[in-house]
Ligand binder design. Structure first.
Ligand SMILES: [Zn+2]
Length: 260
């Protein structure tokens, strides 16, 4: 009898563990470099991960018209194992595509890495030479305000590359991302029901940010933002899932708009 109870306890414990296991979906995969569609199929199968493959849409990017969106989505629908995502680039995208075209995608995301500052300079903050920092604290306040504005006004599902800092400042993340600044972004996401990406490549946002966002009920997604096929499993996301005790209920998932 005692053995039966022990076995039952183990079975129940096992079932709970299974239930809590987060379904890993990497929604920020690009067909870039040597990551072809065939390689993506192989890699996602080998690693047991679901992918969302995103197209870069915006000024100076591969997709700049509604027709190109329709073509791309049609092509991608041959591969129903993948979600099809739109990475909306810059701030110009709002005026470049119709809602009907945008709606062909399963989900839409953007980041706050491209913006025009108060002096009219276009910043692309992942490129050191295109980032204008006169005063670091002012830059930070502007970045936070811009992020809040993007989240509050743009029709997106996910805010990606969240809390990214330019190279000149990235080594001092905790100094710049104060709790107050984090909360501004988190509150904005909460009020618009926008998910926040846990980014594997840049290992952002921080554990502290994720815990604060989780406490507010904000949902997350997992994303790598690869440049070729040489990227590991979502290690940072796995680490944060553990550290912040995230379960499936803490993650947002798109709906696939595949027509049968
Ligand atoms: Zn990307």
């Amino acid at each position: 009898m005692r053995y039966l109870i022990i076995i039952a306890v183990f079975l129940i414990f096992g079932a709970c563990q299974q239930q809590n296991k987060v379904e890993l979906i990497d929604l920020h995969i690009h067909l870039k470099g040597d990551l072809t569609i065939e390689e993506a199929i192989k890699k996602s199968e080998n690693e047991g991960l679901k992918y969302g493959i995103a197209a870069n849409c915006g000024l100076g990017f591969p997709i700049q018209t509604d027709e190109q969106i329709a073509e791309y989505v049609k092509y991608m629908r041959q591969y129903p194992q993948f979600y099809v995502g739109m990475q909306a680039e810059g701030r110009e995208w709002l005026h470049m595509f119709s809602p009907e075209a945008i709606n062909l995608f399963d989900y839409v995301f953007t980041d706050a890495m491209t913006f025009t500052d108060a002096k009219g300079r276009r910043n692309r903050i992942w490129i050191e030479e295109e980032t204008w920092i006169d005063d670091e604290q002012e830059f930070m306040d502007y970045l936070v305000a811009t992020t809040v504005k993007i989240i509050s006004t743009e029709p997106i599902d996910i805010y990606v590359n969240p809390t990214f800092l330019p190279a000149q400042m990235e080594g001092r993340y905790n100094e710049f991302w104060t709790t107050e600044r984090m909360m501004k972004v988190i509150e904005a996401a909460k009020s618009k029901d926008i998910a926040i990406e846990i980014n594997n490549r840049f290992e952002i946002p921080s554990e502290k940010f994720i815990k604060l966002a989780k406490a507010e009920g904000v949902l997350f997604t997992i994303g790598t933002n690869n440049v070729d096929k040489n990227f590991p499993r979502p290690l940072y996301a796995e680490k944060m899932i553990k550290a912040c005790k995230l379960g499936n209920k803490n993650f947002w998932k798109p709906e696939m708009k595949v027509k049968n």
